[in-house]
Design a protein around this ligand. Structure first.
Ligand SMILES: Cc1cc2nc3c(=O)[nH]c(=O)nc-3n(C[C@H](O)[C@H](O)[C@H](O)COP(=O)(O)O)c2cc1C
Length: 232
């Protein structure tokens, strides 16, 4: 695994960053997290609304979130994430989900028929991969229903994971971690005027954790981009 150091170019950050799902048992200084969030909030937003807010959680409150999220899921509590979800997954999307899952399970040595291994991996996800820090990204409830809010939160969250990577930190944007959103709201003390969008698990990457080396595929440019009116 190539190390993410603090003197990378923009290209090195963007092409080197990958989701990190194994973390060292080492705290992240608050000042560094502040620096990363400050960088991330240079992200553009609609009319410069900056509808986002961050709740940075560590220690006992994060442990309580992990426990509550895990217990709720094991007890069969319904998904209570605060964003709309699609009912149908297109085949092309499913294929890409399967591809990255195969890469991750392959790296971790989890076989297709290893149900316990797969379940263990899922549960790690619900525990935010035991990261030392979780950043809960929320937005102002006053604009609930606007698609702009998730758009702006996406922009700032992408900026956040790249800023973290540029400082040697690793992240995984983690929808599993907010599956039981009331638990997150309670222990992270998120006020009712905020809608929970996502959480980001953050910490120092464990260099020998196999899944951290996985580089996920991207669709080729000739499939994702069309150029209209160009001469070249
Ligand atoms: C909105 C969103 C939610 C995600 N939720 C999860 C999650 O719950 N668990 C997980 O392991 N990865 C999660 N990811 C990470 C994606 O799987 C990952 O970004 C994708 O496979 C591309 O890999 P890369 O980040 O290494 O480039 C999420 C990413 C996004 C953008």
């Amino acid at each position: 695994m190539s190390q993410n150091s603090s003197d990378q170019t923009y290209d090195e950050v963007v092409t080197g960053r990958r989701s990190i799902r194994g973390f060292l048992d080492r705290p992240v200084p608050r000042a560094l997290i502040e620096e990363v969030i400050a960088l991330a909030t240079r992200a553009p937003s609609s009319y410069n609304n900056q509808c986002w807010n961050f709740t940075v959680v560590t220690g006992d409150p994060l442990a309580a979130i992990r426990q509550g999220n895990t217990e709720g899921i094991l007890a069969g509590q319904p998904d209570s994430r605060e964003f709309r979800r699609h009912d149908h997954t297109p085949d092309s999307h499913r294929a890409r989900q399967v591809a990255v899952a195969k890469q991750l399970f392959g790296a971790m040595g989890i076989e297709r028929e290893d149900k316990a291994g797969r379940q263990d991996w899922m549960m790690r996800g619900f525990r935010q991969f035991d990261a030392p820090v979780s950043i809960v990204v929320t937005y102002d409830r006053e604009i609930l229903g606007s698609d702009i809010a998730p758009f702006d939160c996406g922009a700032v969250t992408n900026a956040l994971v790249n800023a973290a990577w540029s400082r040697g930190l690793g992240c995984v944007i983690n929808s599993q971690g907010i599956m039981q959103s009331p638990v997150v709201r309670e222990h992270a003390q998120i006020p009712e005027d905020q809608v929970i969008m996502i959480c980001v698990a953050m910490g120092w990457p464990e260099p020998d954790f196999p899944a951290n080396a996985v580089v996920s595929e991207r669709r080729p440019l000739d499939e994702t981009a069309r150029f209209i009116g160009f001469d070249d």
